[in-house]
Design a protein around this ligand. Sequence first.
Ligand code: ADP
Ligand code: MG
Length: 231
Amino acid sequence: MLEISNLNQFYGGSHTLWDVSLQVPAGSCTCLMGRNGMGKTTLLKCVMGLLPAASGQILYQGRDLRGLPAEARAPLRIGYVPQGREIFSQLTVEENLRIGLAVRRPRVRDVPEQVYEMFPVLKQMLRRRGGDLSGGQQQQLAIARALVLDPALLILDEPTEGIQPNIVHEIGDVIIRLNREVNLTVLLVEQKLPFARRVASDLRVLDKGRLVVSGKIEALTDELVRTHLTV
Ligand SMILES: Nc1ncnc2c1ncn2[C@@H]1O[C@H](COP(=O)(O)OP(=O)(O)O)[C@@H](O)[C@H]1O
Ligand SMILES: [Mg+2]
């Protein structure tokens, strides 16, 4: 579904991604792991066209995304939930969701009912301002907003960061449903081991900007955790 080859990225003179080659198989829930500062968010931003890559290829369904503007992703049915959520705190829940509608192709008038089925709590809160929601509810809103555009590939950057455990579990349920029942391909950055083991099928690990592990989630052994994930 997504095939990244020999990707290099620099922040000014600082070489951040080194020849990264990484595949997200269609139908998988691929978890990208790594300590803080290893380049996970940078990689996702390159895929989303929010950062330029110096070299390499980012093939999505056989077509190179590099050089396409960021806005080109939504019509290609790539949904993105950024780290830190980035919902609009001054807008209502409904207005936040309608932003997703604006970029959906072909156009539809209303937020699809399936989105509310995934997150019933949002339906009760349509008039609330985003900023008045709890952290967990904001995260659910950010995921719902990405779902509004009917993605085939959903990219999530640390969706459980700073969120209370019961909502973490609910978000896990939603990701599992989307992946296994709705057949969405998922690329997920995650630091929590039990969560990754529960939802993911595949594992990729970045260490200092280099891909060091590529396998099934069962490869997430204690030894791998010691070598690449704990500080
Ligand atoms: N806008 C930026 N300008 C310069 N350096 C950055 C910027 N964003 C991130 N970095 C650096 O790039 C490296 C990778 O960051 P990031 O991709 O955010 O890591 P991760 O998501 O794995 O925690 C880090 O060393 C970070 O300090
Ligand atoms: Mg990050």
